[in-house]
Design a binder for this molecule. Structure first.
Ligand code: EPZ
Length: 438
């Protein structure tokens, strides 16, 4: 995918089926040292861009990461008739469509799970949506039953037709009281957006409390919506007839990018200062790093991570926020491969998020996976190898493993990593890492 011009580090050329420039090569064995500025949150930016199609006037978004998932989302809203222009590296201006131009393009929707977030916005504003089912991905089936059930209870007619979710709401959606069987991030976001333009009040219970959900609620209120309670178990939305523009909205920093760098610093026994952080958002990660014996010091919107000497093994269970985030599970596993002792990881969110363990084993790790549980026996040394990323966070975890290992590691399918990490190579080089692409 072509990037947005010179600022984008890598342009993929599709040579036949394989992508070229899709392998990261890392020379490991050195501690990370220095300072790194964290970019805007992928999972907040994607939801906010989706919500922008509900607005009747332009919006200006700041701190938007120029990553391939955001580029794909921009292509989708352009296809729907919106204008989207980068005013500078991380500021995006969107002029939303006055009417729905077309269904989101299938080839784009399929590769971007977050495209399922168009359901609520398009149904509530235009009364119609046809979104290709994003399908499962490498970390799990990714069903959408909670999305569909909630929208149906608001009066939408949702049908699955030939691999598409087709939604119709000839009359405006009606407010409803909805209890989510599971605090799904996507379902919370879709239903919150749909409720903004519904008639009457919607009460969402047992909702996701992730910071990205709160960020979306704040953006919706900037557009003139009436959303209360985001970040708690119950969100109340009073429908309004129309949503206006938003002069300026700054997306929150990416807590998972921050966590990835924090764990990389700990795994390489380095010393790192991270800037542009909201400390409470990374508290679950900081708590686990401190438990392992890492020094983590907060200072306003910066955090310093110092790790020297031996770390302690950990027991980790992934849970909805504010529990330990599933999106940090693979990265933590990477660090624990060289922590003396036995660590146990339980993945409670996605049913297939241990695939990266096989790649770690090629580098010398000792990991036993049994269903939702992985047992990691720390080894004294890992060695570079040719490995393959199977999803975004697995790719990030393999970067960490490469940084920890003696010798060179080649990570293919690096396009997965580009989905969620802005200028990763530049940031790593600034911290003393020898990294290249081939
Ligand atoms: C969001 O995915 C994030 N993606 C994921 O980040 C993140 O891992 C996940 O939330 C959990 O925090 C974006 O925000 C774009 P869910 P989402 O609905 O919304 C089940 C990354 O690496 N479920 O909270 O798809 C589902 O199967 C990505 O940045 C249903 O059963 O996650 C899963 O087991 C990966 N029915 C669990 O809930 C539904 O209708 C959590 O899914 C919906 C979900």
């Amino acid at each position: 995918m072509a990037g947005r011009g010179a600022a984008t580090a890598v342009v993929y050329k599709t040579g036949g089926s394989a992508l070229t420039m899709d392998k990261l090569i890392i020379s490991g064995g050195k501690p990370l040292q220095g300072r790194v500025r964290i970019s805007g949150a992928k999972n907040a930016a994607l939801a906010v861009i989706c919500a922008s199609v509900m607005s009747v006037d332009k919006v200006k978004l700041e701190n938007v990461p120029d990553i391939s998932d955001v580029q794909a989302m921009i292509e989708i809203i352009r296809h729907l008739g919106a204008e989207a222009t980068w005013l500078c590296e991380s500021t995006l201006q969107i002029n939303p469509p006055s009417r729905l131009k077309a269904d989101p393009p299938c080839h784009l929707v399929k590769k971007l799970r977050a495209s399922n977030l168009f359901l609520g916005p398009l149904l509530s504003r235009f009364g119609y949506t046809k979104v290709s089912l994003p399908g499962g991905c490498n970390i799990g089936v990714r069903p959408m039953d909670l999305h569909f059930k909630g929208l149906s209870s608001m009066g939408a007619d949702i049908r699955i037709e030939g691999g598409f979710a087709v939604g119709r709401a000839p009359n405006r959606l009606q407010g409803a009281r909805i209890y989510l069987d599971f605090p799904s991030v996507g379902a919370t976001e879709n239903l919150m957006m749909a409720a903004c333009l519904a008639i009457g009040q919607t009460i969402l219970e047992n909702v996701a409390k992730e910071p990205e959900v709160v960020d979306l609620a704040n953006f919706l209120n900037c557009l003139g919506a009436k959303v209360r309670g985001a970040g708690t178990d119950i969100i109340k939305i009073d429908g309004v007839p129309e949503l206006g523009g938003c002069q300026r909205y700054t997306v929150i920093p990416d807590r998972i990018e921050a966590g990835t760098f924090m764990v990389a610093a700990a795994a390489t026994r380095g010393s790192l200062v991270l800037e542009n952080i909201i400390p409470p958002h990374v508290e679950p990660i900081c708590a686990k790093l401190r438990e392992a014996g890492v020094e983590v010091l907060e200072n306003g919107d910066s955090i310093m991570v110092n790790a020297n000497g031996n770390l302690q093994p950990l027991d980790i269970k992934t849970l909805p926020y504010p529990g330990f985030p599933t999106d940090m599970q693979s990265q933590m596993m990477a660090m624990l491969t060289m922590v003396n002792g036995t660590s146990v990881i339980v993945e409670n969110i996605f049913e297939n998020r241990f695939q990266v363990a096989d790649e770690f084993k090629r580098m010398g790790a000792r990991i036993k996976v049994e269903g939702r549980m992985a047992v990691v026996e720390g080894v004294s040394e890992m060695h570079g190898a040719e490995v393959r990323a199977t999803d975004l966070r697995a790719g990030a975890a393999l970067v960490i493993a490469g940084l920890m290992s003696r010798g060179q590691t080649g990570i293919s399918n690096a396009h997965y990593i580009d989905r969620g990490y802005h200028r990763l190579e530049d940031k790593l080089r600034s911290l003393g890492v020898e990294v290249s692409r081939s």
